[in-house]
Design a protein around this ligand. Structure first.
Ligand code: CP
Ligand code: NVA
Length: 303
């Protein structure tokens, strides 16, 4: 049987997400009630980080321990990956010693090559092109606060980055609409969007993108790996801050989300980030809960 990986948001069907959402609710309730739940006893997660992380490492590592398993952290600086061992060889070796692998790396093709050579499921903990675990946590957070996301409007104001491409896939899976506004020269790469995608509209003006939105979301203007472009990006993104006037264009009960870490005064004003519509801390916490459901599903299948 083919191994199931989670390399991009579209790797799961709506039925699979519905199942995972139900499992997440159950697993989260157990956690809140201090009820031990150890379905992954004696199982091991290997986490490979080629970029920095706070939330992803913490949520996967804590999550695996809470499920009764063990988590091992590797990074490029002190593993052989940083000294040129081929990804294919690393995948062969690592996947003989553990039950599931999470990777944060640069190009999507790296994780694709890794997964093609792995004996165990591989999870994308962020690549240049996708960040599916975060968008799954965000969709779960929206549902917790407001109910079904189907038919709703999500506004994306900012860079065409990994978060946006995962949101674009989520819109197709969950059936909501995405209003996208990116500055000129930082447009969506059509190669990363399905050719028949019907569920997004591009706006030149970022405020117009927020009109009537049920959720407004953004992310850093300079993602990891693009630091050299920072000065040019600061200029190009002037005007793309999510601030109170933009939130006023959205629906009255609109939520604000940001995957974090955030830069107050750049992509989001402090007023919005720390204001009553912001659910950024719930989003961060839900990384833990959705990923525990994901680990359980990928290692054990449906239970
Ligand atoms: N949102 C997110 O993935 O955060 P980290 O970079 O801290 O893992
Ligand atoms: N787009 C950001 C997300 C960080 C969690 C980055 O790739 O750096």
């Amino acid at each position: 049987m083919a191994i199931k990986h989670y390399l991009q948001f579209a790797d799961f069907t709506l039925a699979e997400y519905d199942y995972l959402i139900e499992r997440t609710k159950i697993i989260k309730r157990k956690f809140k009630n201090y009820e031990p739940y150890h379905p992954l006893m004696d199982r091991t997660l290997v986490m490979v980080f080629e970029k920095n992380s706070t939330r992803t490492r913490l949520s996967f590592e804590a999550g695996m321990h809470q499920l009764g398993g063990a988590a091992i952290y590797l990074n490029t600086r002190d593993s052989q990956l940083g000294r040129g061992e081929p990804v294919e060889d690393a995948a062969q070796v690592m996947s003989r010693m553990c039950d599931i692998i999470m990777i944060r790396t640069f190009g999507q093709e790296i994780i694709n090559r890794f997964a093609a050579n792995s004996r165990v499921p591989v999870v994308n903990g962020l690549t240049n092109e996708h960040h599916p675990c975060q968008v799954f946590a965000d969709v779960f957070t929206y549902i917790e606060h407001r109910g079904s996301i189907a038919g709703k409007t999500v506004a994306w104001v900012g860079d065409a980055n990994n978060m946006l491409y995962s949101w674009l896939q989520a819109a197709e899976v969950f059936g909501f609409h995405l209003n996208v506004s990116t500055p000129a020269g930082y447009d969506i790469n059509p190669a990363l969007v399905s050719a028949d995608h019907q569920r997004y509209t591009v706006f030149k003006n970022p405020s117009d993108a927020c009109e009537g939105a049920d959720l407004v979301t953004t992310d850093v203007w300079t993602s990891m790996g693009y630091e050299e472009e920072n000065a040019a990006r600061l200029k190009a993104f002037d005007g793309w801050i999510v601030d109170a006037p933009k939130m006023k264009r959205a629906n009255k009960d609109a939520l604000f989300m940001h995957c974090l870490p955030a830069h107050r005064g750049e992509e989001v004003s402090a007023e919005v980030m720390d204001g009553p519509q912001s659910v950024v801390w719930d989003e961060a916490e839900n990384r833990l809960h959705v990923q525990k459901a994901l680990l359980e599903y990928l290692v054990l299948g449906k239970i």
